[in-house]
Design a protein around this ligand. Structure first.
Ligand code: AMP
Ligand code: ZN
Length: 666
């Protein structure tokens, strides 16, 4: 076949699969098949560079570095929205609209107000040309390369689109993806992000588009601007946008009067917790574009639209003082200590302040009366200051520049929001935190030794690092608080036993920055032993699947460090595992090689564990939940209906116990 045709076909096919997956949420091929096709396209493109296309789906993984984002004027100004907080406000607005339009019937489109970062994307002849942030409304920053990595943003449009237009929307981070990102951060000892909205908006200006590509961002669209557009109402505009391939939430409602608008508002005020992303209100827009034009704009916002903000429960209280915590990696987190106050059924005494920027932006000071709110996060946050109650002698907050624990001067790397204490080896919370990480369940899982005991051991100068653990003597720990004969024995036994923990977990336990459980596994599998890994150069590491520059650099730094070298040599001498033990293969056949099974329900002839073992013995893999990656679901009794439905929807083969036995015996 003609190579060019092969390339274009693959591109088209992959674009369609991206659309199915990211816009419709209805994938029709497995992730595995998708990756195969993508790899195939990558290869063809490499072999035939003359067919390069900046809009190829292969470029969606990013990789473009933007040092400075160019400022570009918006063709059509990006306005703000007027806010309203009550139904009376809305009725007043309706009066103004009616007055402006004369005695005509007015209908409205109700949409959710998505809480993220606004974006304006220009399409020309159905191709994404440019994406700009909102900026000051007149001009924004060109973030095209970053936006192209967001898979729900179409690069090429479908259907009957106008030759040129701008489309506006909000870049958001759904809760689930946000939580996953934070779990990953916590796992590697980093401070979690404060909220989905800031993280989404921060993502737009990242220099490395590959990093943007890794974030589960989405783009929800709500407005089209341009000349001679093929619709007469806002509601139709949304439908058109959807038909061209954009992600437009189906929640929008056409309301014939204010009663109906209120119904929409009440409904979503009650149900917004069920949405996968954050919303802070509803946007009501006059539906007819003619009417919109007649009403026009104030200096700041359209007269034909208004935002209604949901109420969030707030409390006002006094900020007694700000203290600073030092984490295991040296990251500094400022904490607000509050005069106790009731909020949404709980007593709040502390709130997170996140970082220096946040404090400066809100101008938060000790002694201030502050507003506290509970968002999706567990720890409440300070959202503002009641400046009227600010004491006369109030002083601006000066962020600490030295570590509160060891007095070392703090550093803040370019592009990072957090301050760090660089005194890696001498800062007590860092020393304790690292050892606590080392003994934790997913790492060395040392029985008989808990986090508090580690702190005791360090504070009593019995240990300074995790290698010292292996030299601990029972006699030395016995005098410690709450330590008895038995517990001391257990502690020593537990430490001894940790010498059997496999290499990949040891690697995770070392606490190399950015090396979480998954990355540790990848590195262990790839390098097989610590010597090979410690010799790896930056380039070597980057070539390992899924290892980015940040991780690679951190690994190199770790092994270049003299103290780490000594630590590792000592651990080696104690007999800690620094080599991958290849699992002895129990495989009976490779009949199921490359196949992913999900096992669910109760079985007659096997226990569930036996069944899983059997699958693995035949080369298959066990998946934890049903997804597009699943090839087979083995369904026993009492498998939940939701799972069954999901499997059916994804067109996954469902095997009964007997089907499965037949398959094995074939
Ligand atoms: P504000 O920032 O409070 O002036 O609110 C205006 C912003 O709300 C716009 O710039 C959009 O980024 C955002 N927004 C979110 N959802 C919508 C929507 N459905 N329609 C219009 N604007 C929206
Ligand atoms: Zn310190």
């Amino acid at each position: 076949m003609d190579v060019l045709k092969q390339i274009t076909d693959l591109r088209e096919e992959l674009n369609q699969h991206n659309y199915n997956y990211y816009v419709l949420d209805q994938p029709i091929i497995s992730d595995f098949d998708f990756d195969q096709k993508l790899k195939q396209l990558e290869q063809l493109e490499q072999q035939h560079p003359q067919y390069f296309d900046e809009n190829s789906p292969t470029l969606r993984v990013g990789g473009v570095i933007t040092k400075n984002f160019e400022t570009v004027p918006h063709i059509y100004r990006m306005y703000s929205l007027d806010n309203s907080y009550s139904k009376e406000d809305l009725l007043d607005w309706e009066k103004r609209v009616q007055k402006g339009l004369g005695d005509v019937e007015v209908s409205y489109t109700c949409e959710l107000k998505y809480d993220g970062a606004s974006i304006s994307i220009t399409y020309e002849n159905g191709v994404l040309k440019r994406a700009l942030t909102r900026g000051d409304g007149f001009q924004g920053d060109d973030v095209t390369n970053n936006i192209k990595t967001i898979k729900s943003v179409p690069i090429r449009l479908k259907g009957d689109f106008p030759p040129k237009f701008d489309i506006r929307g909000e870049i958001i981070l759904p809760f689930k993806g946000f939580e996953k990102m934070n779990q990953d951060l916590i796992e590697i000892g980093e401070a979690p992000y404060s909220n989905p909205r800031n993280t989404a908006s921060g993502s737009l200006k990242l220099q490395d588009s590959a990093e943007v590509a890794r974030r589960p961002l989405e783009c929800l669209l709500y407005a089209i601007v341009g000349d001679q557009l093929p619709f007469a109402t806002q509601f139709e505009a949304l439908e058109k946008a959807r038909s061209w391939g954009f992600k437009v939430p189906p929640i929008a409602k056409l309301a014939m009067n204010m009663e109906s608008v209120f119904e929409f508002i009440d409904y979503w005020d009650q149900h917004r917790q069920d949405l996968p992303y954050e919303t802070d209100g509803v946007v009501v827009k006059v539906n007819s574009i003619d009417h919109q034009q007649e009403l026009g704009y104030t200096s700041k916002s359209p007269r034909w639209a208004i935002a209604y903000k949901f109420k969030t429960e707030q409390a006002e209280t006094v900020l007694k003082n700000i203290t600073y915590q030092v984490g295991r990696t040296g990251a500094i987190t400022p904490v607000a200590n509050l005069e106790a106050v009731q909020l949404a059924g709980t007593t709040v005494r502390r709130a997170s302040l996140h970082n220096a920027d946040q404090i400066e932006k809100l101008d938060i000071r000790e002694g201030d009366s502050v507003y506290v709110e509970k968002g999706g996060e567990i720890i409440p946050k300070i959202v503002g200051v009641n400046f009227e109650l600010r004491p006369a002698d109030s002083q601006p907050t000066i962020y600490i520049d030295h570590c509160p624990e060891c007095q070392t001067k703090l550093v803040r790397k370019e592009g990072e929001v957090q301050h760090y204490c660089p005194n890696f080896y001498g800062c007590p919370p860092q020393i304790i935190g690292r050892i606590q990480h080392y003994i934790s369940r997913k790492a060395m899982d040392i029985e008989g030794l808990g986090g508090e005991t580690v702190a005791l051991l360090v504070n009593n100068r019995l240990i300074e690092n995790y290698a010292d653990l292996y030299e601990l003597q029972k006699e030395a720990v016995l005098p410690l608080e709450r330590m008895a004969e038995k517990s001391a024995d257990n502690l020593i036994k537990g430490i001894e036993k940790s010498k059997e923990v496999p290499f990949e977990r040891v690697l995770y336990a070392l606490g190399i920055r950015y090396v979480g459980e998954t990355v540790a596994k990848k590195l262990a599998l790839h390098y097989k032993n610590i010597d090979a890994l410690s010799r790896a150069t930056l380039m070597d590491l980057i070539l390992v699947d899924e290892i980015g520059e940040k991780i690679a650099q951190s690994v190199v730094d770790f092994f270049e460090n003299q103290e780490n070298k000594i630590l590792i040599n000592r651990l080696k001498d104690f007999g800690v595992q620094f080599e991958l033990v290849e699992k002895e293969s129990t495989a009976i056949s490779d009949r199921f090689a490359g196949q992913v099974f999900v096992v669910s329900g109760v079985f007659e002839q096997f226990s569930r564990e036996d069944l899983k073992q059997l699958i693995e013995d035949h080369g298959g893999k066990i998946g934890s939940s049903i997804s597009a990656k699943t090839n087979y679901v083995v369904a026993g009794d009492k498998m939940g209906p939701a799972k069954l439905e999901k499997a059916n929807k994804l067109k996954i083969t469902i095997l009964s116990e007997q089907d499965f036995i037949d398959l094995i015996q074939q």
